[in-house]
Design a protein around this ligand. Structure first.
Ligand code: ATP
Ligand code: MG
Ligand code: MG
Length: 379
């Protein structure tokens, strides 16, 4: 049988491995952590860093095709692998997603509106920033996630202090926008240019981390949903993208749609598809990588996803304790996904709970019951 390789051993890699194995593939994971979530369940686990030439060569050797589950894999590593093996997404697409300045330039090039912004790489650029971008959010151009590497700034003085605090690395200053809601779209694009998508996901973030995703008819006004899907498709098309891509959006108070950022892989906000759609985002990743046909997925149930952060393990005491799943799993349509992480930390993604139901109201009601049982704030 063929072997599908993945760079990165986190939970996204683990769920990719599950989907690949269900379809009869062998898998190889490259991650230096001996107990990485994906490494634990893969046929092969190459325990080296993303830049180790020997490890990369071994991965290319055993794999028929390679993807990534981690967006900060060095683009040069992907480029090196592409010399020996089919790699999707490409180094170029991942490089754009890794750098907010390039990412925003790509949005502009595709004609998809994003927040007004300025790139700040030098003290001169800092001094010349248009004060019309304030109040704003200063974001490091690279390596931020879950709201890390971001600072909200009101004044030019705060902006300067924040840039120095971020150690003067290349940054992007974005105008702070009045958000009515946040949503995202997962698209999958094959090497032949076929594009399919999952339904638009409505996302609630808490402390910069995704907390809840709701997907059902009416979660986002239909016209906006159609606009988001079209925008996500053109962002993928413009990159000549192959693989699964998530595009995050803001809907502003005035009803306009603005793109936030992209992730060159399956996304936390697409996890509901495991139980609510006939094809999950991880199966889409397998299909794009293996060159299998892409057909438009169909959502068969209303869905709510609750992220299970490490905080829940500390809900009733200072020492980590597994939440009592029994009561939650006694509710209809609850699907528990845990990532096999043995150490719980505050803000760490330990798993997620998908709730499916025949109607949006029923999905929400069950999700609110589950949240109350687990100590997750209502939404
Ligand atoms: P992720 O974990 O999704 O990769 P990230 O660290 O890359 O997150 P962003 O998606 O850029 O961060 O921002 C995190 C959150 O901060 C957004 O989901 C949104 O709630 C808020 N936010 C970001 N930019 C803006 C903005 N320009 N105006 C208002 N709110 C914003
Ligand atoms: Mg991000
Ligand atoms: Mg984000």
């Amino acid at each position: 049988g063929a072997t599908l390789g993945v760079l990165g051993g986190g939970q996204l890699g683990r769920m990719f491995v599950h989907a690949a194995q269900a379809m009869g593939y062998f898998t190889a994971v490259l991650d230096e952590d001996p107990s990485s979530p994906a490494g634990l369940v893969s046929h092969q686990h190459i325990q080296t860093g993303y830049q180790d030439p020997e490890g990369l060569a071994r991965l290319a050797d055993v794999s028929d095709a390679i993807t990534t589950e981690f967006e900060n894999v060095p683009a040069v590593s992907l480029a090196a692998l592409a010399g020996q093996c089919f790699v999707a997404p490409t180094a170029r697409a991942v490089a754009v997603a890794q750098d907010r300045a390039q990412e925003k330039a790509h949005f502009v090039g595709c004609g998809v509106p994003c927040a007004p912004y300025a790139v700040i790489e030098t003290a001169e650029q800092l001094a010349a920033v248009d004060v019309g971008l304030l109040p704003g959010i200063l974001k490091t151009a690279r390596l931020g996630y879950d709201g890390k590497g971001q600072q909200r700034v009101q004044t030019a003085a705060q902006l300067a202090a924040a840039w120095h605090h971020l150690e003067q690395v290349p940054c992007v200053l974005e105008k702070m926008l009045p958000l009515a809601l946040e949503c995202s779209v997962i698209v999958a694009r094959g090497a032949d240019g076929t594009v399919v998508h999952l339904p638009v996901q409505r996302n609630l973030h808490r402390d910069g981390i995704l907390a809840v995703t709701e997907v059902y008819e009416g979660n986002v006004p239909a016209a906006l949903a159609a606009q988001a899907v079209a925008a996500a498709q053109s962002v993928a098309q413009g990159l000549d993208y192959v693989g699964v891509l998530c595009v995050e959006f803001f809907v502003l108070d005035d009803g306009s749609l603005v793109v936030n950022e992209i992730a060159p892989r399956p996304h936390n906000s697409g996890h509901y598809s495991q139980n609510a759609c006939d094809v999950s985002q991880f199966e889409l990743q397998v299909r794009t990588l293996a060159g299998l046909p892409l057909v438009q997925p169909r959502q068969h149930s209303a869905a709510v996803m609750l992220n299970l952060l490490g905080d829940l393990w500390f809900a009733h005491s200072d020492t980590a304790q597994t939440p009592a799943w029994d009561a939650v799993l006694a509710l209809p349509g609850t699907h528990l996904h845990l990532y096999g992480k043995t150490v719980a930390k505050h803000g760490r993604k330990m798993g997620h709970l998908n709730i499916t139901a025949p109607t949006p109201d029923a999905a929400r009601a069950t999700a609110l019951q589950a949240a109350a049982l687990l100590g997750i704030a209502p939404f």
